[in-house]
Design a protein around this ligand. Structure first.
Ligand SMILES: O=C[C@H](O)COP(=O)(O)O
Length: 228
């Protein structure tokens, strides 16, 4: 299982360098808020690790998402991650396909991550199960779950361990990897190891519980040790 940690700045990325994947985002612009291309580029130059970049919690705007995805890939992101902040499988497929084409036409080795939200019912957005099917059909590599609204409620508040295991199994059948995130806590790691997604994504956990605080390198090490 790879640990993805989400710093919000170049400075903070230094505290996350032990993680398996450094995920560049701008939490003040949303759950999957996009940071600036120069921040992605600087973190890519500093990290000897794969770098992921969130490009936003997108409404159904395939053109905007494709261009943002291309920008993130050009800035050096190895993983390009988009959130589907709308409902509808056909629309999810169209946007995912546009993002895949935007990234892979020029960078076939780069990884496209399509994220849906565990709290999709309160948001009125697409179910992660349906989004993963659309992502796989579109040629994406990873289907992800995160919380869309960052109010401290964890993904486990909306989807229990059995649902997350079913999601992971479904994705394996579809041929995409699974990434799970959303206010995960150290005490969730035992359950997550049983669920066995390929990636878990964290921020608040390694900030000491409050995602508006700074990432603490010793907590990144602690999470890695618990996952090994
Ligand atoms: O991609 C992962 C997210 O940044 C998770 O953030 P969080 O653990 O604070 O919900």
């Amino acid at each position: 299982m790879r640990l993805l940690v989400s710093p919000s700045s170049i400075e903070e990325a230094r505290s996350a360098l032990a993680a398996d994947i450094i995920d560049v985002k701008k939490p003040s612009e949303g759950s999957l808020g996009a940071n600036f291309p120069w921040v992605i580029r600087a973190i890519k130059e500093m990290a000897e690790k794969p770098v992921s970049a969130a490009i936003g919690d997108f409404d159904y705007k395939p053109g905007g998402a494709a261009l943002a995805a291309y920008g993130a890939a050009c800035a050096g992101a190895d993983y390009v991650k988009v959130g589907l902040m709308f409902d509808g499988k056909e629309k999810a497929y169209e946007l995912s396909k546009a993002v895949v084409q935007a990234v892979k036409d020029e960078f076939p080795e780069k990884i496209v991550v399509i994220a849906a939200y565990s709290d999709y019912q309160r948001l009125g957005t697409i179910s992660p199960f349906v989004a993963a099917e659309a992502a796989a059909d579109a040629g994406a590599d990873v289907a992800m779950i995160d919380t869309g609204k960052k109010d401290g409620k964890s993904t486990f508040a909306f989807m229990d361990a059995d649902m997350l295991a079913a999601y992971t199994a479904q994705n394996r059948d579809l041929g995409v990897e699974t990434a799970l995130a959303g206010s995960l806590k150290f005490e969730d790691l035992t359950a997550l190891k049983t669920i066995d997604p390929e990636i878990i994504g964290v921020r608040g956990m390694v900030c000491g519980g409050d995602r508006t605080d700074a990432i603490r390198p010793e907590l990144v090490e602690k999470a890695l040790a618990m996952l090994r």
